[in-house]
Design a protein around this ligand. Sequence first.
Ligand code: AGP
Length: 615
Amino acid sequence: MCGIVGYIGHRDAYPIVIKGLQRLEYRGYDSAGIALYDGASVNLCKTKGKVEDLKKKAKSEISLSGNLGIGHTRWATHGVPNDVNSHPHYSNSGDLVIIHNGIIENYESIKKELIKRGYTFESDTDTEVLVNLIEEVKLKENVMLGQAVQIALNEVVGAYAIAVFDKKKPDEIVVAKLGSPLAIGIGDNEFFIASDASPFIEFTNNAIYLEDEEMAIIRLGKEIKLRKIKNDAVAYPNILELQMNIEEIEKGGFDHFMLKEIYEQPRAILDTYRGRLLAKQGIVKMAGIDQHLDKFLNANRIIIVACGTSWHAGLVAEYIFENLARIPVEVEYASEFRYRNPIITENDVVIAISQSGETADTLAAIKLAKENGAFVFGVCNVVGSSIARETHAGAYTHAGPEIGVASTKAFTTQITVLTLLALKLAKEKELFTDSQFHEYLTELETIPSKVEKALESNPLIEIIADVYKDSTNCLYLGRGYNFPVALEGALKLKEISYIHAEGYPAAEMKHGPIALIDEHMPVFVIATNKGHYEKVVSNIQEIKSRKGKIIAIVTEGDVQVKELADHCIEIPETFESLTPLLTTIPLQLLSYHIAVMRNCNVDQPRNLAKSVTVE
Ligand code: AGP
């Protein structure tokens, strides 16, 4: 997820673009860049680091004049964060300049073709490929920039919000959108472009939000021309009059980043498997693993090291790897693993899971594993982070920046990556027939829409939260794949509402926790219709007979648990091993609403940091 900003009009572009980038830094902040047209030439400056670093560098390196400009603050997906991979990117001729938020999945094949035609590339990014594809089309078809963009975008697969200009026609900017947001601010003979309205709301509250597969040719002194990218049909601008303030816009209209990130999960899961899950072809493509498959296939075991929510994702992965790929897995708290003098050999594969990629304990565990000869694979959300650089190989989640301290979309995207990895290994071991594999991949493709469906229970969950917001203790129970989700649900509640909560395997009740049950103890039970359902029902009966309050997460259409529980929250049906991606949603929302009702600081809970970079 990156931030893009553009301006064309009667004012100086630099201050508008730079300030706009600062407002979009919540969307990505590992590198930034700006390109300005001063009436004679393009002045471009870009740098690893934050927008503040860009400001310093630009002031000392380029002319800041001109009333046409585009800027970008990056959250890397292809190519580590550095100056060269930062946006904007020039085409080979230097005439075209582009900024892009999204992922071009087929950029490698396009790049190969362009290289054959003599194009050269400075960066590792998919964006530099796109701007040269546009240039190639423009030259070969001898068309204007708008048409070249349209033809080129019909050749790419992926997600994009782009702004591109041609220095030879500096009264025009072309923008296009698919899968990533793009807003156009309409002023008095001036136009603004941005990922959301926060960069231009102080100048105008008249905006157009492009729809998917729409593009616009923005020319000074002219009406905006909207087009459908696929069939060139004319689209009619729906000009909105915005009433939001800047803070509301940064949070996408949500009250907190955590709630925004809970609702981003369908997109985040889709972005994470985009280009990797090819259900129609029946294949899983994972560039970071292909050349290391033998390490996993010949491993004695997989050791997963992580902390907090990432550790819970590791526990889900243990069930997934052992069930689907039949590879032994152990899951370790990184903080324990690093000090307990574990036995590690070169036949072990260690998977390190970390949203931030900076957690000190996990980093230390990785170093210990490497010293003992193990192959270490990282699953991180921050490209170029310390853990991403320390591991031998890895696969990124494409969740976009997670600003809320409580991890939500990181958890579901980590499970998505680990599921893809397990599936790939299972197929290599021929544990799936082609049709079984295709069936599984097809079901995995439905998860984003099933998460959307699970989110629809939000109003019911808010009502339930109000009932239990004053509890002092809560119990979370799950079995099998959903035992780790019970732990994760308890952690969410603890860390943002400060209510004590514990997660347990449901079968553990009789070994002690059942002594806690009385009418004051809410018990959240994950009781989906797959995985020991009947046994969970008996656990619920045991709780009910001791007057415990039962809030159950059930599969839609459930009847039996509904007759027993005080409240039921439904999730769509899916494969047992995919249920954690859905059962976690209501528990995230529940902890969020309880914390809000208790006037807690949801995005920055007391005593916590987003990344624990110290012991
Ligand atoms: C989870 O909501 C917490 N924010 C915390 O447990 C977090 O998961 C843990 O600190 C690990 O962070 P990492 O994923 O960035 O390594």
